[in-house]
Design a protein. Structure first.
Length: 284
């Protein structure tokens, strides 16, 4: 990803907007990024408290382009739920400007997302250990393939994904007008177990599987052609997942289940040589 930290007076308004939309880092995958030195007591850091805020003036264009790929900003976060791989970002971007115009603080409970309106409050659940946090989405990213959200360093520690760099998560948008959203935020401040004491929560992800999605088609025939093409070279089963809306048919071609995010990324790298570049890691 690119950062949004160039000073505004160096750019025309249009170029400044593009710089802001460059968004955050891709967590520890960015050269020079990482964790701060010393211990961070995340027990003393409260979750974000959802509240009504005006939309960011610069962070919500209808569409924007990063690294040659176009993204469409959602008009609303109502009912938004997504599962996938989370990463985090830290020291390299601490103190720099986010896409919303706020300053990135790796010790605050914030996050970056490619399409949610800025700001949006979301509850993030680690599907492998059951931990949950509430964060404020105030930045754009991650623009590393296969990631759905970039968490602040503090949020990553509270979820227990800071050591491995990534983790399987579910994110749910919160409506600030609902009183229970505020109670969730207040009740979420709990002592956090040490990283080496994290256990897999019972049934937290027992029915969830990780796939590499390699295409989505309106035509079943096109999806079947890609499935047959990949069947001999993927090394893992290739499936077609039909959409649930009969009025708007969609057929998603996915490889898996896969054992880990790392396996998915290695497979995605191999597929690039076959001309398949628009892949994403999904949990279903």
């Amino acid at each position: 990803m690119t950062s949004s930290l160039q000073r505004m007076h160096r750019f025309t308004p249009a170029l400044a907007l593009l710089a802001l939309l460059g968004g955050c880092a891709s967590g520890p995958f960015q050269r020079g990024d990482g964790a701060p030195s010393g211990h961070v007591n995340v027990d003393a850091i409260p979750d974000a408290v959802p509240r009504h805020e005006p939309l960011s003036k610069y962070g919500n264009p209808p569409t924007y382009i990063v690294h040659g790929k176009s993204y469409t900003t959602l008009n609303s976060s109502q009912g938004f739920i997504e599962r996938g791989i989370a990463s985090w970002y830290g020291t390299k971007f601490h103190g720099r400007r986010t896409s919303s115009g706020e300053t990135y603080n790796m010790y605050a409970m914030t996050a970056a997302h490619k399409t949610l309106p800025l700001p949006t409050y979301v509850e993030v659940t680690n599907l492998d250990n059951g931990r949950r946090v509430i964060v404020k989405v105030n930045d754009r990213g991650p623009f590393h393939d296969g990631r759905i959200i970039d968490l602040s360093y503090a949020a990553a520690i509270k979820l227990g994904i800071n050591t491995h760099g990534t983790g399987r998560v579910e994110i749910r948008a919160i409506d600030p007008s609902r009183p229970q959203a505020h109670r969730l935020a207040q009740q979420r401040v709990q002592p956090t177990a040490p990283a080496d004491a994290v256990k897999t929560a019972p049934d937290a992800a027992s029915d969830q599987h990780l796939y590499l999605q390699v295409g989505a088609f309106n035509s079943r025939l096109n999806a079947e052609n890609l499935r047959r093409r990949l069947a001999q070279m993927a090394g893992s089963p290739v499936h077609i997942f039909p959409g649930s809306d009969p009025t708007q048919p969609v057929y998603r071609v996915r490889i898996g289940p896969l054992a880990s995010d790392q396996e998915a990324q290695q497979l995605a790298s191999r597929l690039v040589h076959q001309g398949i570049t628009n892949t994403s890691v999904v949990i279903d």
